[in-house]
Ligand binder design. Structure first.
Ligand SMILES: [Zn+2]
Length: 74
């Protein structure tokens, strides 16, 4: 494990900023698309989307997307 790319969080100075990768719509991996603080009480994050940088967006954990489903078509 290389530790070259881990940076201390500049907000809380407790957690580390770790790079997260994603996969594009074409299946190509997008490396280091987002950086997130490992301190859960801090939640500092930086994301890159379409060339724009988003700092400290609220983290989406899907908990707020639990709309009741209509019907039940499997
Ligand atoms: Zn932090």
């Amino acid at each position: 494990m290389e530790q070259c790319c881990i940076h201390k969080c500049q907000k809380c100075h407790i957690g580390d900023l770790v790079p997260l990768s994603d996969f594009g719509s074409q299946g190509a991996s997008i490396k280091y698309k987002a950086w997130v603080c490992t301190n859960p009480e801090c939640g500092y994050n930086i994301k890159i989307r379409n060339g724009d940088i988003y700092i400290n967006e609220p983290i989406m954990n899907g908990a707020n997307n639990s709309r009741p489903r209509q019907g039940g078509t499997f």
